[in-house]
Design a binder for this molecule. Structure first.
Ligand SMILES: NC(=O)c1ccc[n+]([C@@H]2O[C@H](COP(=O)([O-])OP(=O)(O)OC[C@H]3O[C@@H](n4cnc5c(N)ncnc54)[C@H](OP(=O)(O)O)[C@@H]3O)[C@@H](O)[C@H]2O)c1
Length: 313
């Protein structure tokens, strides 16, 4: 099978298409013939030796990627919830070695769910790491409730566009930030208010926020704390740029949290259910072929991605 091997940590030239033996599956795994792969900022960070790099470094070959949608080709002896031919999607082995940049992926059955028939493999692949992060942030960590005033930074991005939709579903009043070019997109996914973070200081237009999803880190945490109500909560996702969020928030009488998303077929199933009902949609702004993964990495590293980019096999 074809796979994209990371020959060493570094730039996109280290991503090479190679022929590898088919993966073998353990008793609790399924073999998935991959139809679409989504990529995330952590893919590029890991390629560069950051992100999840330490968890791959001792393996040979190293294969990036975690987000897949495809067709079950074989099942392990202990798998009871899937059969050959099922269409499935999920985030495989995150944070670990997902090995998703390949024609076939061995995935724990517990990390997958059935793909709803009304969405494409591209849309399903897009609704994995980013959607699970939004779900774990909004439901498990921030516990978003009706009428919460909720600020989503980078509302046009992968995590952001899912976070806006989920928070609206749970009844929040949602403010989304992006640059002016993405105003219609952010309002289109359901935000109640759009704020252009480049036009003027956020504190001139945003105040009394209950909960914040920080997708930027660093100074954005300090900035956000000035927009929040006493007792408010900020959740920061950007590892390496959010170590002090708890201390900074506590100093202002607020709560600061960090989160690292984890593979979960159970949460993936809840996302699938909302997609089946048309409540949650994945916006795929661009697709690439398998050979174009290096180009897709450059797109991600631009920091300007709208919704998700997906690799189609
Ligand atoms: N901890 C975790 O488990 C976890 C999980 C997922 C993601 N993350 C991290 O969270 C971050 C976001 O991930 P993502 O997948 O959503 O990224 P993404 O899709 O690449 O985000 C791109 C978007 O960011 C917007 N943006 C850039 N700078 C901005 C700013 N200062 N204010 C507002 N919007 C801004 C851009 O909009 P404009 O072009 O309009 O500026 C663009 O639409 C990444 O650092 C990622 O590694 C962490």
């Amino acid at each position: 099978m074809k796979a994209i091997v990371l020959t060493d940590f570094g730039d996109i030239n280290n991503l090479r298409v190679q022929d590898l033996p088919m993966p073998t599956i353990k008793d609790d795994e399924v073999l998935v013939q991959v139809k679409a792969i989504s990529i995330n900022p952590v893919d590029a960070k890991t390629r560069n030796g950051k992100g999840a790099a330490a968890r791959l470094a001792n393996d040979n070959p190293m294969i990036l990627g975690w987000d897949i949608s495809g067709i079950v080709d074989n099942i392990g002896k202990a798998v009871t919830n899937f059969k050959k031919g099922d269409e499935v999607f999920g985030m495989v082995n995150f944070p670990g070695h997902g090995k998703a940049y390949a024609e076939y992926v061995a995935a724990p059955a517990a990390h997958l769910t059935l793909k709803p028939g009304n969405i494409t493999h591209e849309e399903a692949a897009a609704a994995t790491l980013a959607a699970l992060t939004a779900w774990e942030s909004i439901v498990d960590a921030l516990k978003i409730e009706e009428n919460d005033k909720f600020l989503v930074h980078a509302a046009a991005g992968g995590v952001g566009h899912f976070a806006v939709q989920l928070a609206k579903h749970f009844g929040a009043w949602v403010i989304g930030t992006a640059s002016a070019a993405n105003k219609d997109f952010v309002l289109g996914v359901g935000a109640d208010e759009f704020v252009d973070y480049k036009a003027r200081p956020l504190e001139e237009v945003i105040s009394n926020v209950d909960k914040v999803l920080d997708t930027i880190g660093g100074e954005n945490i300090d900035l956000s704390l000035n927009l929040m109500k006493p007792g408010g909560t900020i959740l920061s996702l950007v590892s390496g740029k959010n170590e002090e969020v708890q201390e900074k928030a506590a100093a202002k009488g607020m709560k600061g949290m960090r989160l690292l998303v984890h593979s979960s077929g159970e949460n993936q199933q809840k996302i699938a259910a909302l997609m089946e009902k048309g409540i949650l949609k994945a916006h795929v702004s661009k697709t690439y072929s398998f050979d174009q993964v290096p180009e897709a990495h450059l797109q991600l590293e631009s920091g300007r991605t709208v919704g998700k980019v997906v690799i189609v096999l």
